[in-house]
Ligand binder design. Structure first.
Ligand code: NI
Length: 162
């Protein structure tokens, strides 16, 4: 099982490279990443950055969320690009497997459209809302070395997990 890296590991701050080879190695990375996400408590998303791989690959699965929400099930987003962020923003609670001691209230666009490639390299586009849109924005941030703690409006919005 691959270890999830946590703060203050500097690799969390690196930007990931675009995936260009849609091969067996990518499939293996996907499987390792999914296993790491499933092993993490309450993990509904993970980025390759979090296991120390600087590749633009994230996995999300909001069907396993504690609170039921609208979702597209298990998604593997390769080279994801958030094309459209709706003007409407919502404030919501976020945590991260790489920031185990903190939770925070983070503003995110309520509606997004994301373009990405699947494991076969095919281009796809998806519209998402609410919690699922939040998780995608959080995971795509990881690919640019950004963490949710960078996005809180004030330090009062950051709370230590009890
Ligand atoms: Ni995270």
């Amino acid at each position: 099982m691959r270890q999830i890296i946590t703060l203050p590991d500097e690799r969390l701050r690196l930007a990931a490279n675009a995936v260009t080879e849609f091969d067996q190695q990518l499939q293996a990375l996907y499987e390792e990443l999914e296993a790491a996400m499933r092993a993490g408590e309450g993990g509904v998303g993970i980025a390759a950055t979090q296991i120390g791989e600087q590749q633009q690959l994230v996995i999300i699965d909001c069907s396993t969320s504690q609170r039921p929400c609208e979702n597209h099930g298990l998604l593997c987003l390769i080279n994801p690009e958030i094309e459209v962020r709706g003007a409407e923003a919502t404030l919501g609670r976020e945590g991260c497997l790489s920031v185990p001691d903190w939770v925070g209230m983070v503003p995110r666009a309520k509606h997004i459209r994301v373009r990405y490639q699947n494991l076969s390299g095919e281009h796809q586009s998806l519209k998402c809302s609410g919690f699922e849109a939040r998780v995608i924005q959080h995971e795509v941030d990881h690919l640019y070395g950004r963490l949710f703690i960078d996005r809180v409006i004030s330090t009062h919005d950051l709370v230590r997990r009890s």
